[in-house]
Design a protein around this ligand. Sequence first.
Ligand code: TXA
Ligand code: MG
Length: 326
Amino acid sequence: MARLLDAHNPQHLQQAVDALADGRLVAFPTETVYGLGADAGSDVAVGRVFEAKGRPADHPLIVHVPNVECAYELASALPPVAQKLIEAFWPGPLTVIVPRRPGVAGAAAGGQDTIGLRCPAHPVATSLLEACAQRGILGLAAPSANLFGRISPTTAAHVAEEFGDDVLVLDGGACEVGIESTIVDCSRDRPVLLRPGLLTRGEIEAAIDEPLLERDAEAPRASGTLEAHYAPRAKLRLMSADILQTALQVLGENLPKLALYSRTVRAPRGMLHRRMPDDAAKAAHELFAVLRELDAQGVSLIWVESPPSAPEWDGVRDRLVRAAAA
Ligand code: TXA
Ligand code: MG
């Protein structure tokens, strides 16, 4: 189990900053999910992140900054689209991919000539990043604090489950948003949506005043965009309400080790069931915690009712589709 620190205790926060300055790993809360942080300027520290997660070294990490000034230190330039996005959504659940300043944070960027930057809106993340900046650390490279391919953590306890005691975890409570940031690649001619999140396509397009392209084969590799990702141990299946209803009828009394996560479809008596909220933001907030909880019950199947097709559900739908592909 990783060691827990109280994010609201100044001495613990100081301990976290000291550990980071020393090249060690500290998991910390953001408004989206917990990140596994390391000094982005230290290739050794960043190497420990890849090792702890079991993540291939060519998968780039997002670098978290306390403000735009630090972003300018890490980027070779902030293209106009990135500037508009930063203006509209920072601090917040949005990551921009921009050209990287040569010689800076190469390991964090997985060797790419671009870098993913995000200024999170969580008071603990802000305090930590500001204290780090005062110690000369310009940013924290932090992927979601889970083992590669598994569900992102939204509480400190989730993080502690995944890592050994050489990882410190700043406990700042449950994450508000619950799914990872929206990622927009601003390093090419036209902006590309690499990963949907809480912000809708419409909100982003309104801020940049141009259409967002869909991710294509040319897009840089992004582990959060691999088809099979965010996987619980149980096999997850995503079904329309109609098909789910029929499948449950076919089962009749013969309940296998099955859990149900549905919004409109009612669970048969005796079945392990969580109701999906009608509100997309609420559903996102609890999604990963519910999947972990159902998984922990030892079921072999999780049947999930497909979310509505409205754009505010894009982030939740994306995570469920990927979890089902595993
Ligand atoms: O909400 C979030 O974004 C969380 C919190 C901790 O900030 N972080 C997160 O990190 O989800 P991670 O590493 O699990 O996902 C980051 C995604 C990956 O898909 C990665 O490949 C992509 O961002 N990414 C990072 N830098 C990139 C770059 N230079 N080019 C393309 N994709 C990049
Ligand atoms: Mg991740």
